[in-house]
Each structure stands twice: as structure tokens, then as C-alpha cells.
Design a binder for this molecule. Structure first.
Ligand code: AMP
Ligand code: ZN
Length: 113
């Protein structure tokens, strides 16, 4: 938990979000600036800067996060989707709390940055 972190604040409820699913390990909510017909972010409850750091620190949580992306896509997008993990500033990561972009339907632009 980092008090400076936007996604920790969404996880703990102190900043509102349009939540689509919650599990033991994850919270998923709609991206505020959708880049596809369906654009949901799936984040771990624990704070890690990116998906690879999460996989190293808590592999069971990384696996749970990936499994949850399919459940969300089945509900939201017929089960077929892109899963994007921007990792590092140069790759377009802007929020340094691990998150997967679940992108379904038509993309509105290039992949999210
Ligand atoms: P990334 O650029 O991969 O770090 O993705 C961060 C994503 O968080 C972007 O797609 C933003 O649109 C999204 N975002 C930023 N603030 C919020 C918020 N308060 N609620 C939902 N999504 C957000
Ligand atoms: Zn965080």
C-alpha cells in the first residue's frame, strides 16, 4: 500500500472508480479514458510497480490477475481480448502500480499509452 499511489487509492476505496469485479487478489475497473469498446484495468490489491515485479514478488497474485482478465472479457467482450501490460515509462506506463489493460471489441486508437 502506497498512499501516493492512484491505484492503491482505488483499491482501498478512497478514490472512486467504475468497478467491474473484485476478487481476493484483484480489483478491476473501467479505464477513465477508454481506448477500445471495452477497456478495463485489472490491478492487484498489493502494490508492485509493474507486472514483472508482481510476478517476482507474488507469483500467485500475478496468475490470479491473468486468470481474472479472461473472466472479465467473457462478461464484457465475448471472451476475446488483448491484454496489455505497459512496463516502464518509455513503454507508455504512467501509473506505477501493476495493471493489465483488458481491451475488447474495436480499438479506438493505437495500443494504450
Ligand atoms: P498505463 O499508461 O499503462 O500506466 O495505464 C494507466 C491507465 O490508467 C491509463 O489508460 C489511464 O487512462 C488510466 N487511468 C488514469 N487514472 C484513472 C482513474 N482515476 N480511473 C480509471 N482509470 C484511470
Ligand atoms: Zn499502488
Amino acid at each position: 500500500m502506497s498512499s501516493e499511489c492512484l491505484f492503491c487509492s482505488i483499491v482501498d476505496g478512497s478514490i472512486p472508480a467504475d468497478v467491474v469485479s473484485e476478487t481476493e487478489h484483484t480489483v478491476a475497473f473501467r479505464d477513465i479514458n477508454p481506448q477500445a469498446d471495452v477497456h478495463v484495468l485489472v490491478v492487484p490489491r498489493v502494490h508492485e510497480a509493474d507486472i514483472a515485479s508482481l510476478a517476482a514478488a507474488a507469483p500467485e497474485v500475478a496468475v490470479a490477475l491473468i486468470a481474472e482478465t479472461r473472466r472479465i472479457a467473457e462478461t464484457e467482450a465475448g471472451g476475446q481480448y488483448r491484454l496489455v501490460f505497459n512496463t516502464g515509462e518509455a513503454a507508455g506506463q504512467t501509473v506505477f502500480h501493476a495493471h493489465g489493460h483488458v481491451l475488447g471489441g474495436q480499438l479506438h486508437a493505437a495500443l494504450p499509452s
